[in-house]
Design a protein around this ligand. Structure first.
Ligand code: GAL
Length: 671
């Protein structure tokens, strides 16, 4: 079992490992998942012809091909993949080769039912979909390693190969017997003694004290509320089990191709993996992103958040592994992307640091679970609007590549996020289940984005000294090390803004004395935190100058330098917002405009200013390297004032003083 490292700490081999630049080689990767085992091989010729036409530089192959590669236990069927890689190489398309281990063949589950995961109710997840594997299963791991080994040995020297893609969207949980045994091993390593486990889990109450390791289980179905510390540890354990699966396959392919980078694709803002820890184990950080095109502005906000988080995990250029060229097929109503939106969101990813813009998938399926999910080449074919737009994106990216690949996105602000805090807070029996951490992350990030303040994300134990402003939407659980880090950050001149219900629990989800860490209370000027007053959905609380939502707190202040009070109601006159020195505490969620103006003011005081002044509300502005990206997420054309003369790299024309952006239009300006 791997020993935990500080989240985000670099891999021991850092500096020697290949990076995304080793795969892009000066180009922006553009393409997508290519699953041509669905087609007769004649179609492949058409595929590569159209890939060339669209400027596709990279495809991801083999993600779900295990049953084709190993039709019966131990057999190998590589001929089709040989022909495919040769064909792609002959047509100038690089290959990101996936290990197929996200979808084991039916024979694995049939012959080895213990490889199938069980949910908390004991129900088996059968084959017939995908991701039906238990990350704790030694049999699964053995078979996954064997196919990975043979795949890596066979294609290590293939000239088309540019990168490895391990598995796909690791996301399974298993509550079965093998997982229980592995959980016990993991817990023994963490706690050493049963007494320490009992203490960390607070089993003294509710009659839960364990007398033997054999009685320790995953959080299976219970009659009443589960033990929250057990649930928290099970989430930690599951993330670690999945990570072991990843690193095992990574190490196999790395042995064969030490010069090639390795990635696995995250789901956007996904709860199941501690992505800080995972990212530190990857050469390339990649993410899948599917905002709902029904609301282009909300979609852009979601995209920006996920992109900032991914860039921060990558600490540099990252890969958009998947997006949809148009509609997905797993929402209640699946809206296609209106004209221009696929291009706009692709450019947004580049603006926020992506050096690879790829889609799921190249050609739309005619059968199977996602036959209604769009593709770069949809059912409408090469004359279809979607493909025409894909060609335009390919041309845009080719134009941008020489100016943008490898460049950084400067940010003076860090938003803090931690999976362990999320896992501890997202549980039953809490003060309010009316919202979740993602709602708060979105609200705070939205305020910063709409203020045109570019932000990174960071872990609360990261070095924050490079940021003038640190924003904590909510960190319910904070380790002692994280608290020390925040205090030191403010002591050294940083500005900190914290949202409510932060610093409440320690690493075991034990409530800190006083309901909030004493040092943090002192930092913010809080003498007593009397009560949390969560609000109902739609309920608001009046504050001087704005309206609060979701939450409020009954705080007795201790010498703050500044406060904004609640007005009326139970909390009348008590502080809703407190400032002591450069530390701010916001005990409600201000409505969007209020949070935006509060953060604009705090950022300005901290010396962080918007990317560009006077932007129309629908326009996003991001600097990357020497370039200024202007993206109009609105449905109507706008004009943006831009001082000086620039070249718009998308059109090749000179722009002086102002630039016109059409509906969902974009400009990429170079001084
Ligand atoms: C992703 C997944 C792809 C495909 C896509 C579209 O989550 O990795 O394989 O299913 O969604 O739904």
């Amino acid at each position: 079992m791997s020993t935990p490292r500080t989240p985000g700490a670099p891999r021991p081999t850092d500096g020697q490992r290949p990076t995304l630049a080793d795969a892009t080689r000066g180009r922006l990767l553009f393409g997508g998942d290519y699953n041509p085992e669905q087609w007769p091989e004649q179609v492949w010729q058409d595929d590569v012809r159209l890939m060339r036409e669209a400027g596709v530089t990279s495809v991801t192959v083999g993600v779900f091909s295990w049953s084709r590669l190993e039709p019966r236990p131990g057999e190998r069927n590589f001929g089709w993949l040989d022909r495919l890689l040769d064909l792609l190489h002959d047509n100038g398309v690089g290959v990101v080769l996936a290990t197929p281990t996200a979808s084991p063949p039916p024979w694995l589950g049939r012959l080895h039912p213990e490889t199938l995961p069980r949910d908390a109710d004991g129900h088996v997840e059968w084959w017939g979909g995908r991701q039906h594997f238990s990350p704790s299963s030694t049999t699964y791991r053995r078979h996954a390693a064997a196919i990975t080994e043979d795949l890596a040995a066979r294609y290590a020297r293939h000239p088309a190969l540019t990168m490895w893609h391990i598995n796909n969207e690791y996301c399974t949980y298993d509550h079965g017997d093998e997982a229980a045994a592995a959980f016990r091993r993991w817990l023994r390593e963490r706690y050493r003694t049963l007494d320490a486990l009992n203490d960390a889990w607070g089993t003294a109450f509710w009659g839960q004290e364990h007398d033997s390791w054999d009685g320790v289980l995953p959080p299976r179905r219970t009659h009443y509320l589960k033990n929250p510390a057990q649930v928290l540890d099970f989430r930690r354990f599951t993330s670690d089990m999945l990570l072991e699966c990843f690193t095992a396959e990574r190490d196999i392919v790395t042995r064969h191709t030490p010069h090639l980078p390795v990635t696995t694709n995250f789901m956007p803002l996904w709860e199941g993996q501690d992505a800080w820890r995972w990212a530190a184990e990857e050469d390339v950080v990649s993410v899948d992103l599917y905002p709902d095109p029904r609301d282009p502005l909300a979609g852009a906000r979601h995209g920006a958040l996920v992109q900032d988080l991914t860039r921060s995990q990558a600490r540099g250029p990252w890969m958009l592994m998947e997006q949809a060229a148009s509609a997905v097929n797993w929402r209640g109503v699946n809206h296609p992307k209106p004209r221009g939106l696929n291009r706009l969101w692709s450019l947004q990813a580049v603006a926020r640091g992506a050096d690879a813009v790829c889609s799921f998938q190249w050609r739309q399926s005619r059968q199977g679970a996602e036959k209604f999910h769009s593709a770069m080449l949809g059912h409408a074919g090469e004359r279809g609007r979607t493909f025409q737009e894909v060609k335009r994106i390919g041309a845009d990216l080719a134009r941008l590549a020489p100016h943008v690949t490898g460049t950084a996105v400067p940010a003076g602000i860090a938003v803090l996020h931690d999976w362990h805090s999320w896992w501890a807070s997202d549980q039953e029996a809490r003060p309010s289940t009316r919202f979740g951490l993602p709602d708060l992350l979105h609200a705070w990030h939205r305020a910063l984005m709409e203020a045109h303040l570019t932000t990174d994300f960071a872990h609360p134990e990261h070095d924050l000294s490079g940021y003038r402003l640190v924003v904590v939407p909510q960190l319910y659980l904070l380790t002692d090390a994280a608290i020390d880090n925040l205090l030191a950050y403010v002591r050294r001149g940083g500005t900190l803004v914290s949202g409510f219900h932060t610093g409440v629990a320690d690493r075991d989800d034990r409530i800190r004395p006083g309901g909030m860490d004493a040092r943090l209370r002192e930092l913010f000027g809080i003498r007593v935190l009397h009560e949390w007053w969560p609000l109902e959905t739609g309920e608001t609380v009046a504050c001087a100058g704005f309206t609060g939502t979701l939450w409020s707190e009954e705080i007795e202040p201790a010498d703050p330098d500044e406060t904004i009070p609640y007005e009326g109601g139970e909390l009348d006159g008590l502080p809703a917002v407190l400032r002591r020195g450069r530390a701010w505490y916001v005990s409600t969620l201000p409505e969007p405009a209020a949070l935006r103006s509060l953060l604009t003011r705090i950022a300005a005081d901290a010396g962080v200013h918007p990317v560009l002044a006077g932007l129309p509300p629908t326009v996003e502005a991001v600097r990357r390297g020497e370039l200024l990206f202007l993206l109009n997420h609105g449905g109507a054309p706008v004009t943006v004032a831009v001082p000086g003369t620039h070249t718009d790299l998308l059109t090749g024309t000179a722009v002086t003083g102002e630039v016109a952006l059409g509906r969902h239009g974009a400009a990429v300006l170079r001084p």
